[in-house]
Design a protein around this ligand. Sequence first.
Ligand code: V47
Length: 359
Amino acid sequence: MTRVDDIADKLRRSERITGDEALVMWREAPLWLLGELAVAAKRRVSGDKVYYNRNFHVEPTNLCVFNCRFCSYRRPKGSPEAWDYSLEDIERIVRSHAGSGATEIHIVGGVHPDHDIYYYAEMIRRVKALMPGAAIKAFTAIELSYMIRKAGLPTREGLQLLVDAGMESIPGGGAEIFDEELRARICPEKGSTAEWFDIHRTAHRMGLKSNATILYGHIETLEHRVDHLLRLRALQDETGGFNAFIPLKYRNYGNSMSAIGEVSVVEDMRMLAMSRLVLDNVPHIKAYWVMYGKQTAEMALGFGADDIDGTIDDSTKIYSMAGADDKRPRITMAEIEEMARNAGMRAVERDTFYNEITR
Ligand code: V47
């Protein structure tokens, strides 16, 4: 028996693998084996289901106090491509999605230099008032940490203020790469790994659910990826608060790391499968179709993903600005159903908390 065979058997018995074992699989296991193991692990959690929701994004601004090297979205103040919506603009955006049946509104943007936490609480209140039936998933841990620190509040109090306004869960962005040395190279000014974990740990202890991400396919090594996954697995052991993990592929258009290029689709599939296999305690692995494109997201269902995110309704620019093919991303429920069928699975509409929705 080779080392790969041994580890594969461990995974078939649903045993946890170590970081070293993960590295062996990542480097040496054939793609078909990773697919087989990851789909078996996925089926133990979600059977033949492929989850999606009806959602849209609100991106209040692309001004940002930070200047991450991989970001294609940020613009400096005064740029003709900068936007900075007022609360009334945001209300207009939300109203434009009335009747879409959305059950989730994902609010995320740049870290604005001037707005404070009370402004964001008011934003959430206004959005919630317009669509009380939709759950608000708002602000990356980096945005949250910045606004809470600026207000001089302890983390729990800051989060509570936003929860009282109507925030119901936290998206996974801002994680990038947890390794401190690498983080300092790709996003030197950005909120730290410790801040990201403080927000998610505190949120989980308050009973909030959140997601987690990794930005992969740039200058990181496999060791960095495994380290990232292990740090998330440890917090999940402690709190159980993560709903989903979303590997985000570095897209290289229009940012200062463009020369690096993008990793192959095979690398994407290995990333998805290894996420499923290492994160044995995170129920959902999301193949974010806006970032991968619809065809790659469909293929991801054969590598351990059980969620493709939502209908989006042409509401996000982060990925089109970074080079994603779909410049006006939207997907219908019929398309999602076909994707699931093509992968031998069944599309299931869910809410933010993975309750199934039957209409
Ligand atoms: O944190 C920025 C990433 C993230 C690039 O929680 C880039 O359900 C690739 O977190 N290439 C924001 N990625 C998006 C995000 C997200 C998306 C969908 C669902 C959820 C969820 C969360 O986008 C940022 C950063 O890691 N990002 N620039 C780029 N050039």
